[in-house]
Design a protein around this ligand. Structure first.
Ligand SMILES: NC(=O)c1ccc[n+]([C@@H]2O[C@H](COP(=O)([O-])OP(=O)(O)OC[C@H]3O[C@@H](n4cnc5c(N)ncnc54)[C@H](O)[C@@H]3O)[C@@H](O)[C@H]2O)c1
Length: 362
């Protein structure tokens, strides 16, 4: 996976403005918890124009119209898709609605940014990719962490020369809810961590194993421990929970020379590097099969990270993809691979942790 985008909306923004001098007209579908963030970003970016919001809940729609009186409000997406003056839609609704809404928008020739996960089955994810490829419309998936300067810095800190051999990755995503009514905690939370792992390792996992429990009587797993197996014996673990009063958003990478941690809730030291590690040295004389362990000790460093808003970076990539007719970084094929992993995790959950193979795409 290449580092294709720059961080910070302003750099790309100015390129766009100079080159095209037009703004992309966008409609937002879903104005719940996350949708208002999209509305704000679209409103702030000079390259985009928020022209309409579709929200089935009348009270929430009124909130949107109160905040942005110049836009049109709808309760049915068909009304938005009948309009000829809308170039793109952003779908920020519950996961179970993503496929139908994205399909309808692509079929009417709109560019689409759909929140994660793009669909709940492989068949649906593939159908959306094919539709995007056939219509030439951009289909992007909202993997915000791939646009997070902290995650980008983490990858920089994992260059082989400094990081050594990669041993394992570990992610924790816990909080008290918010509990979803349509998907379990795995489909809700783990997509972020899978996207981060795939990005850091430049590959997708080969197998998945997961155990989950249903403690909150909602018929879906609210707690899960997931293990993903990558090439070269690298294992990656994800813990997701809607039932933990301690909110944690952390990703840890351990290598032979360093440990790197990304803590999304730490505004002062989002990334920290522990210049410590253990690796295997030469074999011990007179002892068959035993090796010296080389322990390396050093500083704990927190590198400087230029401030930039991940969602803004993501929206700029979407708008740039549209105006310059290029693939966004978080494109539909990237989203498809994450659905592949989620489907394997789901199968493993049903089989009490049995390792389920994943067909690695080229
Ligand atoms: N990238 C991130 O960091 C991040 C953070 C939070 C949520 N999300 C994702 O964003 C999406 C929305 O999450 P949320 O927390 O805002 O959920 P939410 O339930 O708070 O909001 C969803 C809104 O969509 C509306 N809606 C449902 N069906 C609709 C339809 N057919 N047409 C119009 N409106 C419809 C609902 O009334 C609701 O207001 C989810 O896919 C979630 O995974 C991403």
């Amino acid at each position: 996976m290449q580092d294709q985008i720059q961080m910070g909306g302003s750099t790309q923004g100015s390129i766009l403005k100079n080159m095209t001098n037009l703004s992309v007209r966008v409609a937002l579908i879903g104005y719940g918890y996350w949708g208002p963030n999209y509305a704000r970003v679209l409103h702030e970016l000079p390259e985009s124009r928020l022209v309409a919001v579709c929200e089935v809940n009348a009270g929430k729609l009124q909130q949107a119209l109160g905040r942005y009186p110049q836009i049109e409000g709808y309760t049915d997406v068909k009304e938005i898709l009948r309009r000829k003056d809308i170039d793109a839609v952003i779908i920020s609704t519950p996961a179970s609605t993503h496929f139908e809404l994205a399909q309808a928008a692509l079929k009417t020739g709109r560019h689409v940014l759909v929140e994660k996960p793009m669909a709940l089955t492989l068949k649906h994810a593939e159908k959306l990719c094919e539709l995007s490829e056939r219509t030439g419309c951009i289909l992007m998936v909202g993997y915000t962490f791939l646009y997070n300067a902290g995650i980008r810095k983490m990858k920089e800190c994992m260059r082989p020369r400094d990081f050594g051999r990669i041993y394992y990755l570990h992610a924790t995503r816990t909080n008290l809810g918010p509990i979803r009514q349509d998907v379990n905690a795995v489909w809700d939370l783990a997509p972020h961590d899978i996207s981060i792992f795939n990005y850091l390792l430049d590959q997708q996992p080969q197998w998945a194993s997961a155990i989950g429990t249903r403690m909150l009587n909602n018929m879906r797993e609210d707690i899960a421990f997931i293990t993903l197996g990558y090439a070269h014996d690298v294992i990656a673990n994800i813990h997701v929970s809607w039932a933990d009063p301690n909110k944690v958003r952390e990703v840890v990478a351990v290598g032979s020379r360093r440990r790197v941690i990304f803590d999304d809730l730490n505004n002062l030291e989002r990334v920290r590097i522990f210049e410590r590690g253990v690796s295997v040295g030469e074999s011990v004389a007179e002892s068959y099969g035993e090796f010296k362990l080389l322990v390396r000790d050093g500083d704990i460093i927190s590198p400087k990270i230029e401030p930039s808003e991940p969602l803004k970076n993501q929206c700029v990539d979407f708008i740039t993809a549209i105006t310059m007719n290029k693939k966004p970084f978080s494109d539909c094929r990237l989203g498809y691979k994450i659905v592949q992993t989620l489907v394997a995790i789901e199968k493993s959950l049903q089989k009490q942790g049995l390792a389920v193979p994943i067909k690695v795409e080229g």
